[in-house]
Design a protein. Structure first.
Lengths: 398, 309
């Protein structure tokens, strides 16, 4: 036994060495054949890399990791279908922990890797905002699935694309619903100081004021777990609607439960970030019943084209998270752009991918509406819908 | 103005409840600092593990949201699981991460503590895939069980938290002042070398202190789970920071000081919200700390250091 282990010159291994070297030599010769009329065989080209930027650790890691799973699924499927004209796609995970300074660091990392030709994410408005200059300098196209802050596409960054409508579409629609349908007179708004939560709340507040309702505002932070002090303030203000401009559905559930503990009974409403069954409905033990959330586009469970995705995703990773579908779609749009960018896969560059991504028009995926980008990188064609928590699900009300 | 006055009783109740948790955590910090002169930055993560242990027991006992046994027994089982898990964890951490470094640089155990805390947090993140876990508090203390005093709602959870943390603190005070172990602990904290000379097994005392301190964090973890109604792998970070602040505020190494510091901190946090926007509540906490330290550099009840010649 021992002798065999150390005897590396026995006939078996010599034989193997021979075969390997011959194979190598033949391959090398084939690759070097000058002007043999063969285009590079695509399989010999290096993989294309896609950056996956998002919060994979920290307070928002639940949403982030479910997004990452969706990216993995999209890339696996694309690779099974031949990748990008024969080139395989690899994912480079870039964890920003939902933190702006880390978002810049991981953007630098992605920018330096020349094989990275496009990025899905970052997910948060704050992280996109921080990292945009870096991506712009690198000419690296990004497609965010969930960053809704309006100014992101107003600063002239050519690399910026998003498939979610902006807060200045969602905010006014929410305010309109609050005033016209719910007829709330006394509104209290809590936001979480994130670019998303605060930005959306700003839009809701402005639209409410324009409609003659003066809301009261307070802020919490993502790190807060104890909401008794702020809820005591809410209770004293006796609002008939509490609007939660929060990025973390688990935090919203916690606020709803703690409010019940203080004897507060009020209607709740929130933005698209809160529409999550697992964390909001199950997490609040039924207390979120009747809560309203706005969404970007229809719930994908109602979109026939998405049924296949949902079945596969849930079979593999468990219950879908709020942005799983949007992340899957964003990844597919980026891959689609890469396939369109150049007929010769060996000549694919960041600039070509960026150009092709901007030209995305009428992409039909799983979100239930054809996706196109306007000149600023904003999505065209998405609508805002209002859902309500009924039992253990969200029901479309408007 | 009326709106302002109306909130005062409730904010005091909020503050005292939260303060009692901070006090329990600060005690653990202070005890370890007392015997080892080291800041156990992993304390917050141990607290988080305690909260998860309690959650695990509650979900085991209540499959499908129906409690299989008497709520009081369930509560007892949760606390037992929380303390057992953290006591064991505390003892293990001490043995593996701190004892080998004893006698080395003063910074070494501090860094080791930070490392342990990062390991625990990330392990918890992986095990829960980052999801927040819901404490079904209502199975043990129904929402309707509440007392209304002067406009303040005092839920049964809060009463239970306050009562048990008071009881624990009184027992601990007696252990420290009356028992042999307490005396050995005090001796080790005053002068470990001299304590060794007179026959105290300081290594055992230190291990015991770690175990007790961590068990306190376990109780606090279960309490916080029931109170916040939700836990996640990050709860240890800010709780640990607050407990550290409370311990310093009270005079680190001083047990009664830690309890007082915890209560004061909880009150500062909730009363502060009355006068300033809620988002500044942590700023208020640290302002209280800074002011206290300027006026009394060794904390509220800490011994005033004599200048050494």
């Amino acid at each position: 036994m021992k002798a065999r282990q150390f005897g590396c010159f026995n006939s078996g291994s010599l034989h193997r060495v021979f075969i390997v070297s011959v194979t190598f030599a033949v391959c090398a010769a084939l690759a070097l054949l000058p002007g043999a009329g063969l285009v590079h065989s695509a399989a010999s080209l290096p993989s294309i890399k896609i950056g996956a930027a998002g919060p994979y650790s920290g307070d928002l890691s639940k949403i982030g990791l479910d997004g990452l799973n969706a990216i993995k699924m999209a890339v696996e499927e694309a690779n099974a279908a031949g990748g990008v004209r024969g080139r395989k796609i690899e994912i480079v995970e870039a964890d920003d922990a939902g933190d702006s300074s880390k978002a810049i660091l991981v953007a630098e990392k992605l920018a330096m890797d020349r094989a990275v030709l496009g990025v899905v994410g970052p997910m948060n408005s704050s992280t996109v905002e921080a990292a945009l200059p870096t991506y712009q300098r690198a000419g690296l196209a990004i497609i965010s699935q969930s960053a809704t802050k309006p100014s992101l596409t107003e600063a002239g960054y050519k690399v910026m694309h998003r498939i979610c409508p902006r807060d200045d579409a969602q905010g006014p629609a929410s305010a309109k619903f609050i005033v016209e349908v719910l007829k709330a007179k006394n509104v209290y708004i809590i936001d979480d100081k994130t670019a998303y939560g605060q930005g959306l709340s700003d839009e809701v507040e402005a639209a409410l004021k324009a409609a003659g309702v003066k809301p009261v505002r307070s802020q919490i932070t993502l790190e807060d777990r104890d909401f008794s002090p702020i809820l005591t303030r809410v209770r004293a203000a006796k609002p008939d609607l509490l609007y939660l401009g929060l990025a973390n559905p688990a935090q919203a559930a916690s606020i709803i439960k703690q409010a019940a503990g203080l004897g507060i009974s009020v209607r709740f409403m929130g933005g698209d970030g809160l529409k999550e069954k697992d964390q909001l409905i199950a997490g609040s033990a039924g207390l979120a019943e009747g809560m309203y959330v706005t969404t970007i586009g229809r719930d994908i469970t109602e979109v026939p084209e998405a049924a296949e995705f949902i079945r596969k995703f849930e079979g593999k990773f468990g219950a879908m998270s709020v942005f799983s579908g949007q992340t899957y779609e964003a990844t597919n749009i980026l891959i689609d752009a890469m396939r369109r960018a150049s007929a010769d896969p060996s000549k694919l560059t960041r600039a070509l991918v960026l150009e092709a991504l901007g030209k995305t028009a009428g992409y039909k995926g799983i979100l239930g509406f054809p996706i196109s980008f306007d000149s600023k990188g904003d999505v065209i064609g998405a609508g805002i819908y209002v859902y309500q928590v009924k039992g253990d699900d969200f029901v479309l009300v408007r | 103005m009326d709106l302002f006055l109306m909130q005062i009783p409730q904010q005091i109740v909020n503050g005292v409840t939260l303060g009692s948790v901070y006090a329990l955590l600060a005690l653990g910090y202070s005890m370890v600092y007392g015997v080892l002169k080291m800041l156990n930055f992993a304390h917050g993560s141990v607290f988080m593990v305690g909260a998860f242990a309690g959650w695990g027991v509650l979900s085991l006992l209540a499959p499908g949201s129906v409690l299989a046994i008497n709520p009081a027994l369930a509560l007892l089982a949760m606390v037992a699981a929380g303390t057992a898990a953290t006591a064991l964890l505390g003892a293990t951490i001490e043995r593996l991460a701190y004892r080998p470094l004893r006698g080395g640089s003063r910074m070494a155990p501090l860094i080791s503590a930070l490392g342990v805390s990062i390991i625990l947090e990330n392990a918890a993140m992986l095990l829960t895939s980052g999801r927040a876990k819901t404490y079904q508090t209502e199975l043990i203390f129904p929402q309707t069980w509440a007392v209304h005093v002067a406009g303040a709602t005092i839920s049964a959870t809060r009463i239970a938290m306050l009562a048990s943390s008071m009881a624990i603190m009184i027992i601990l005070d007696m252990v420290v002042s009356r028992t042999r172990f307490g005396r050995a602990m005090r001796a080790t904290s005053q002068d470990a070398e001299a304590a060794e000379y007179i026959g105290i097994r300081t290594a055992a005392v230190i291990a015991g202190t770690f175990t007790i301190g961590s068990a306190l964090a376990g109780v606090a973890g279960v309490m916080v789970g029931l109170y916040y109604t939700q836990i996640d792998f990050m709860i240890g970070f800010s709780a640990g920071l607050k407990a550290f602040t409370a311990a310093v505020l009270g005079g680190i190494g001083n047990f009664r000081g830690a309890a007082a510091g915890g209560l004061l901190l909880g009150l500062a946090e909730s009363i502060g919200v009355l006068v300033a926007p809620p988002v500044y509540k942590d700023a208020i906490v640290f302002a209280v700390l800074i002011i206290t330290l300027i006026l009394r550099p060794s904390g509220l009840l800490g011994k005033q250091m004599r200048a050494r010649a």
